[in-house]
Design a protein around this ligand. Structure first.
Ligand SMILES: [Zn+2]
Ligand SMILES: [Zn+2]
Length: 401
């Protein structure tokens, strides 16, 4: 197996070595969203080795697994820990000797590391049972819209869970530092697909046609402008088009249809929930004078992840217990989306940014073919997950209700 020869000593020995070996195996065998069958088998086998009883999601991939509390501990105040397990549809160009063995699929978002860290935490929690039950969620399909988390929530993954934590690799932060912030930490997204139709014709006589090209251009420029005046600019709302298409090669033919696709993001949960009618109204009114037919497909994506104050506090304590006070850093709200939001819509939660940059190499980015993570970060992550599960809320080990 690629890259595993060197790890034999570690695999037989310490937990850190095992986490690295699991991560390398997963890295070499990435699977796309909703197709994580072998990954799920691999995780399930490790958990069964620990004597746990994982339960696969009905959707076919991913699983959840309860770690029982220590003998005599109350079966309340359940903590959830979540790892995402899917890879991306892209080639890897990392130069690693355990690089992806699957053409066109690679772990360039670090979910292999997330999975291995949660397996490491499972081992720690079984070796030294926690003061409360812990639910481990190995979730499929984070890289889709609206995301596998929504399926997991619908299947009851967080029923009875009081709070939840997830870590994400941050390649712009040094190993040994973790970003912890209360409030918004990621942004919402929605996908827009606008199809415009009309009677095409000769460009010499546009008045006898319904000019879809001009109509599309008007909406492309006008809709972001309308939103900038109708939505509070402090909400960090941005509409960006990814593609515009209409017509063929002829400069003198007005086509009869065209399309515009893009994404609408916001740092504000209320905007995510309420902006769709405004978008529809603006599209209709911008296109109306052209007499064209307009069909807007608005696919609602994830809301922003909003870190709960108390959970962020607990997480900072967990990070501090592993890395010291200098390990706790601030984290800015990103404009990217993250389906962990579907859990935090249901229960309080916190999403952390785990530093994986070695401090020397050129910084790489997530979703980049050359993405690298320093494996020294993995044991930190596993210990933080374990520590968070052991912490009592505000000095109250058995909260009522
Ligand atoms: Zn990603
Ligand atoms: Zn990711």
């Amino acid at each position: 197996m690629l890259g595993r020869k060197k790890r034999n000593d570690d695999e037989a020995g310490d937990l850190e070595g095992r986490i690295v070996a699991w991560r390398r195996h997963l890295h070499a065998h990435p699977e796309l969203s909703y197709e994580e069958h072998e990954t799920t088998d691999y995780v399930e086998a490790r958990l069964r080795d620990l004597g746990l009883k994982p339960r696969r999601f009905e959707l076919g991939t991913g699983l959840w697994c309860d770690v029982p509390a220590a003998k005599g501990a109350a079966a309340t105040d359940v903590v959830g820990l979540r790892a995402d397990i899917d890879a991306l549809p892209m080639d890897e160009d990392s130069g690693l000797d355990f690089a992806s063995t699957v053409e066109g699929v690679s772990h360039t978002c670090g979910h292999d590391g997330h999975t291995a860290m949660l397996l490491g935490a499972a081992e720690m929690l079984v070796a030294d049972p926690p003061p409360r039950p812990v639910r481990l969620i190995f979730q499929p399909a984070e890289e889709t819209m609206p995301g596998g988390a929504l399926d997991c929530v619908r299947e009851g993954a967080v029923e009875g869970v009081d709070r939840i934590l997830a870590l994400h690799c941050d390649p712009h932060r040094k190993v040994g530092e973790v970003g912890v912030t209360a409030g918004g930490i990621t942004s919402s997204n929605a996908k827009l697909r606008l199809r415009v139709t009309g009677a095409g014709g000769h460009t010499a006589r546009p008045h006898e046609t319904q000019d879809v090209v001009h109509a599309l251009a008007t909406v492309a420029a006008g809709l972001p402008a309308v939103l900038s005046r109708r939505v509070d600019p402090r909400s960090g709302t941005v509409l960006t088009w990814g593609a515009i298409s209409a017509g063929g090669e002829a400069p003198n033919v007005i086509p009869d249809s065209g399309e515009l696709i893009g994404t609408l993001r916001s740092a504000d949960r209320d905007v995510w929930a309420e902006v769709e009618p405004l978008v529809r109204e603006a599209v209709d009114q911008l296109a109306a004078p052209y007499g064209v037919g307009v069909e807007l497909e608005y696919t609602q994506g994830v809301p922003p992840v909003v870190n709960d104050d108390e959970c962020a506090d607990l997480a900072a304590r967990a990070v501090e217990s592993v890395l010291g006070p200098e390990g706790v850093g601030p984290a800015e709200q990103s404009s990217g989306g993250e389906d962990f939001a579907w859990y935090t819509e249901e229960i309080p939660g916190v999403y952390l940014r785990l530093g994986v940059w070695d401090g020397e190499s050129d910084e790489t980015d997530l979703h980049h073919p050359g993405f690298l993570l320093d494996e020294a970060a993995l044991i930190h992550g596993a210990r933080i997950l374990d520590a968070f599960a052991r912490l009592d809320r505000s000095g109250d080990a058995r909260p009522a209700g």
